[in-house]
Design a protein around this ligand. Structure first.
Ligand code: AMP
Length: 355
C-alpha cells in the first residue's frame, strides 16, 4: 500500500457519490473542466462577483454549475453546499493565492493532492532544503553581498507576479542598488529556461516507476515574461536603467518547447529524486507538478523553482503534447487529474490521492 494522505472519515461526504470537480474560474480552469467533462465528471466553477462570460465562448469547457461569491476568501462559508455537490477541489496557483493559504489549508472539502506540500513550496528556505536534499542542482545562494562573484538575481520574500526582482551583473553593480526588505541573493544562471510538466501517480503500477507509483512527463513550456524577454532589443541594462526601464518577469503567456532527447534522462532523474524526497519529508506529492529551471551550455539543468500543482503552461496542451501523445491520445493535465480520480474511486483508494 502506498501513501495515505487522508482518512476515510475526512472523505465522508464523498461516500457513494460521484465527485464534482471544482476549481476557481481562472488559471487553467478551462482545461480542468474540459478534462473532467471528457472523463464524465460533473464540474463546478467558483467565481467572484458574477459567472465569467468567457465560458460561453468555450462550451466544451464550461462548468455545469457556478458558485458565485462576493470574495473568493469567503469560500469556507459554503462548505455545506460544496459537500452536498461532493466537490473535490483541484487547486491551482490562482486558487491558493485568491482564497489565501490559511483558508485553503483549513477547508473541509477534499483537495486533489497533498495539502502539506504547500508549506514546503511557499517558503524559499524549505523549498531549498527539499530540492537540495533530493540532490537537485540549484542556482547558488549567496549569504552576503561580499560573496557575490558573478551575475545575481535578488528575490524579495513573497515576490509575486514576476515583480520584486533585482538583477545585477556583478558585486559592484549590486552594491549600487538599495535592497529594501527580506530577500535572497541567487546566482543568475545563464542558459535557457524550461518548465517541465510532470505528473506523479501513486496508483499506477506501470511506466517509469518511482516510489510506489509512476512518474509521467506530460509536457513542457517556456513562459513569455514581460518585459525582460524582449529588453535585449533596446540595449544594455545601464542605458535602460538610466531611461527608467527596470526588468520585470511578469508572465504574459506560454510557448511550447521540447528538450533535446538526450537531456530527458536528466530531467526524469530530477523528477524522481524530488518525488522520493517528498515522500520522506511530508508524505509525498501527488498529481501534477512543474520543475522550473535553466539548462546551461554545459547541459546541466539548474532548478530555481518548483510548482506543486497544475501550472498554466499546461494550457498549451488541451489536445496533448509531444510527450503526452506517447502516453495516450488527447491527454491534457486536466484530463489526467480526472483519470487519476476515477481510478482512485474504482479501486477505493481515494485516501491516496485526496487530502
Ligand atoms: P521565480 O519567481 O523564482 O519563478 O522567478 C521568476 C523568473 O525569474 C523566472 O521565470 C526566471 O525567468 C527568472 N529567474 C529566477 N531565478 C533565476 C536564476 N537563478 N537565474 C536566472 N533567472 C532566474
Amino acid at each position: 500500500m502506498g501513501i495515505e494522505l487522508s482518512t476515510e472519515e475526512s472523505l465522508g461526504g464523498l461516500q457513494g457519490k460521484t465527485p464534482t470537480i471544482t476549481t476557481i474560474c481562472s488559471h487553467s480552469s478551462l482545461q480542468i473542466f474540459h478534462g473532467a467533462r471528457v472523463e464524465k465528471f460533473r464540474t463546478l466553477g467558483v467565481a467572484e462577483g458574477h459567472p465569467p462570460r468567457f465560458y460561453d465562448a468555450f462550451p466544451l469547457a464550461k462548468p455545469d454549475e457556478f458558485l458565485v461569491l462576493p470574495k473568493f476568501s469567503q469560500i469556507a462559508r459554503h462548505e455545506k453546499r460544496l459537500r452536498e455537490s461532493a466537490s473535490v477541489i483541484v487547486p491551482t496557483g490562482s486558487f491558493v493565492e485568491y482564497v489565501g493559504p490559511a483558508v485553503f489549508n483549513q477547508l473541509r472539502i477534499p483537495v486533489f493532492g497533498n495539502r502539506r506540500v504547500m508549506e514546503w513550496e511557499s517558503d524559499r528556505e524549505k523549498e531549498r532544503i527539499w530540492l537540495e536534499g533530493a540532490g537537485v542542482a540549484m542556482p547558488r545562494k549567496y549569504r552576503s553581498i561580499d560573496e557575490v562573484d558573478g551575475p545575481v538575481i535578488v528575490k524579495y520574500y513573497g515576490a509575486k507576479g514576476g515583480r520584486g526582482f533585482i538583477l545585477a551583473k556583478d558585486r559592484k553593480d549590486l552594491e549600487s542598488v538599495e535592497i529594501k526588505g527580506p530577500h535572497v541573493i541567487q546566482q543568475y544562471v545563464i542558459g535557457t529556461r524550461y518548465y517541465i510538466h510532470f505528473f506523479y501517480s501513486p496508483l499506477k503500477e506501470s511506466g517509469y516507476r518511482v516510489g510506489h507509483g509512476s512518474l509521467e512527463l506530460l509536457g513542457m513550456d517556456r513562459r513569455d515574461e514581460a518585459n525582460i524577454d524582449e529588453l535585449y532589443k533596446l540595449g544594455s541594462q545601464e542605458k535602460l536603467l538610466r531611461s527608467g526601464i527596470r526588468p520585470t518577469f511578469v508572465v504574459t503567456g506560454n510557448v511550447a518547447v521540447v528538450l533535446r532527447e538526450s537531456l530527458l534522462p536528466q530531467v526524469f532523474e530530477i523528477g524522481e529524486r524530488i518525488i522520493e524526497k517528498s515522500i520522506e519529508l511530508f508524505g509525498g506529492m501527488v498529481g501534477p507538478f512543474c520543475v522550473e529551471g535553466i539548462m546551461t551550455e554545459e547541459l546541466e539543468f539548474k532548478v530555481f523553482e518548483i510548482s506543486t500543482r497544475i501550472v498554466a503552461g499546461t494550457n498549451l496542451f488541451i489536445r496533448g503534447s509531444p510527450y503526452s501523445d506517447m502516453l495516450a491520445p488527447e491527454l491534457s493535465t486536466g484530463r489526467r487529474i480526472a483519470q487519476e480520480l476515477r481510478q482512485a474511486m474504482d479501486e477505493e483508494r481515494l485516501t491516496e490521492v485526496l487530502s
